[in-house]
Design a protein around this ligand. Structure first.
Ligand SMILES: N[C@@H](CCC(=O)N[C@@H](CS)C(=O)NCC(=O)O)C(=O)O
Length: 111
Protein backbone atom coordinates (compact mmCIF):
# COMPACT_ATOMS: atom_id res chain seq x y z
CA UNK A 1 0.00 0.00 0.00
CA UNK A 2 1.43 3.42 -0.92
CA UNK A 3 2.65 5.45 2.05
CA UNK A 4 0.10 8.24 1.62
CA UNK A 5 -2.81 5.82 1.49
CA UNK A 6 -1.34 3.95 4.47
CA UNK A 7 -1.84 6.82 6.86
CA UNK A 8 -5.50 7.17 5.90
CA UNK A 9 -5.88 3.40 6.28
CA UNK A 10 -4.16 3.43 9.69
CA UNK A 11 -6.47 6.26 10.82
CA UNK A 12 -9.55 4.33 9.72
CA UNK A 13 -8.40 1.21 11.53
CA UNK A 14 -7.23 3.03 14.67
CA UNK A 15 -10.65 4.61 15.02
CA UNK A 16 -12.38 1.26 14.47
CA UNK A 17 -14.14 2.38 11.30
CA UNK A 18 -13.59 -0.76 9.23
CA UNK A 19 -17.36 -1.21 8.82
CA UNK A 20 -18.04 2.49 8.12
CA UNK A 21 -15.31 3.31 5.61
CA UNK A 22 -15.09 0.90 2.74
CA UNK A 23 -11.78 0.45 0.93
CA UNK A 24 -11.77 0.56 -2.86
CA UNK A 25 -8.32 -0.59 -3.98
CA UNK A 26 -7.13 0.52 -7.41
CA UNK A 27 -4.12 -0.54 -9.44
CA UNK A 28 -1.82 2.49 -9.52
CA UNK A 29 -0.04 1.17 -12.61
CA UNK A 30 -3.32 0.74 -14.50
CA UNK A 31 -5.43 3.44 -12.94
CA UNK A 32 -9.07 3.09 -13.95
CA UNK A 33 -10.46 6.09 -15.87
CA UNK A 34 -13.46 6.37 -13.52
CA UNK A 35 -11.21 7.30 -10.63
CA UNK A 36 -9.99 10.50 -12.28
CA UNK A 37 -13.29 11.27 -14.00
CA UNK A 38 -15.73 10.55 -11.20
CA UNK A 39 -13.81 10.52 -7.93
CA UNK A 40 -10.62 12.53 -7.72
CA UNK A 41 -9.48 14.63 -10.70
CA UNK A 42 -5.93 14.83 -9.28
CA UNK A 43 -5.84 11.08 -9.87
CA UNK A 44 -3.80 10.44 -6.73
CA UNK A 45 -4.47 8.19 -3.79
CA UNK A 46 -5.85 8.32 -1.24
CA UNK A 47 -9.19 10.05 -1.59
CA UNK A 48 -12.23 9.72 0.61
CA UNK A 49 -15.82 10.12 -0.53
CA UNK A 50 -18.23 10.95 2.25
CA UNK A 51 -21.72 12.43 1.99
CA UNK A 52 -21.13 13.03 -1.74
CA UNK A 53 -18.03 15.11 -1.07
CA UNK A 54 -14.55 13.96 -2.06
CA UNK A 55 -11.60 14.78 0.16
CA UNK A 56 -8.15 14.30 -1.30
CA UNK A 57 -4.65 14.59 0.10
CA UNK A 58 -3.86 12.12 2.83
CA UNK A 59 -3.37 14.61 5.65
CA UNK A 60 -6.71 16.22 4.88
CA UNK A 61 -8.28 12.76 4.73
CA UNK A 62 -6.75 11.84 8.10
CA UNK A 63 -8.01 15.06 9.69
CA UNK A 64 -11.42 14.73 8.07
CA UNK A 65 -11.83 11.19 9.40
CA UNK A 66 -10.68 12.27 12.84
CA UNK A 67 -13.12 15.19 12.96
CA UNK A 68 -16.15 13.58 11.34
CA UNK A 69 -16.26 10.01 12.58
CA UNK A 70 -16.43 8.37 15.97
CA UNK A 71 -13.52 6.60 17.64
CA UNK A 72 -10.56 7.75 19.69
CA UNK A 73 -9.20 11.14 18.72
CA UNK A 74 -5.85 11.19 16.98
CA UNK A 75 -4.89 14.54 18.43
CA UNK A 76 -4.27 15.49 22.06
CA UNK A 77 -6.61 18.08 23.63
CA UNK A 78 -3.82 20.32 24.87
CA UNK A 79 -3.39 23.13 22.27
CA UNK A 80 0.40 23.18 22.71
CA UNK A 81 0.59 19.45 22.07
CA UNK A 82 -1.72 19.81 19.07
CA UNK A 83 0.56 22.46 17.67
CA UNK A 84 3.52 20.13 18.12
CA UNK A 85 1.64 17.36 16.30
CA UNK A 86 0.91 19.73 13.40
CA UNK A 87 4.60 20.58 13.27
CA UNK A 88 5.58 16.92 13.22
CA UNK A 89 3.02 16.17 10.52
CA UNK A 90 4.26 19.03 8.36
CA UNK A 91 7.82 17.83 8.83
CA UNK A 92 7.09 14.19 8.00
CA UNK A 93 5.09 15.33 4.97
CA UNK A 94 8.10 17.28 3.71
CA UNK A 95 10.44 14.41 4.53
CA UNK A 96 8.37 11.77 2.72
CA UNK A 97 7.96 14.14 -0.25
CA UNK A 98 11.73 14.64 -0.40
CA UNK A 99 12.38 10.88 -0.22
CA UNK A 100 9.89 10.24 -3.02
CA UNK A 101 11.36 13.03 -5.15
CA UNK A 102 14.83 11.56 -4.64
CA UNK A 103 13.66 8.05 -5.50
CA UNK A 104 12.11 9.40 -8.68
CA UNK A 105 15.44 10.93 -9.62
CA UNK A 106 14.70 14.53 -8.63
CA UNK A 107 17.68 16.37 -7.24
CA UNK A 108 16.47 19.51 -5.55
CA UNK A 109 13.81 18.43 -3.12
CA UNK A 110 15.73 18.33 0.13
CA UNK A 111 14.22 19.57 3.35
N1 LIG B 1 0.14 14.91 -1.13
C1 LIG B 1 -0.60 13.77 -1.54
C2 LIG B 1 0.28 12.85 -2.35
C3 LIG B 1 -0.47 11.62 -2.82
C4 LIG B 1 0.37 10.83 -3.79
O1 LIG B 1 1.35 11.32 -4.38
N2 LIG B 1 -0.02 9.58 -3.99
C5 LIG B 1 0.67 8.76 -4.96
C6 LIG B 1 0.71 7.32 -4.55
S1 LIG B 1 1.75 7.13 -3.17
C7 LIG B 1 -0.07 8.88 -6.25
O2 LIG B 1 -1.25 8.60 -6.33
N3 LIG B 1 0.64 9.31 -7.25
C8 LIG B 1 0.07 9.42 -8.56
C9 LIG B 1 0.65 10.55 -9.35
O3 LIG B 1 1.48 11.29 -8.83
O4 LIG B 1 0.24 10.64 -10.50
C10 LIG B 1 -1.18 13.05 -0.32
O5 LIG B 1 -0.63 13.24 0.78
O6 LIG B 1 -2.19 12.36 -0.46
Amino acid sequence: MPVYASRAWITRNYKGLQDKIQLVPIDLWKRPAWYKEKVYPENKVPALEHNNVVIGDSLDVVKYIDNNFEGPSLLPNDPAKREFVEELLAYTDKFVGAVYARLRGGGDAWI
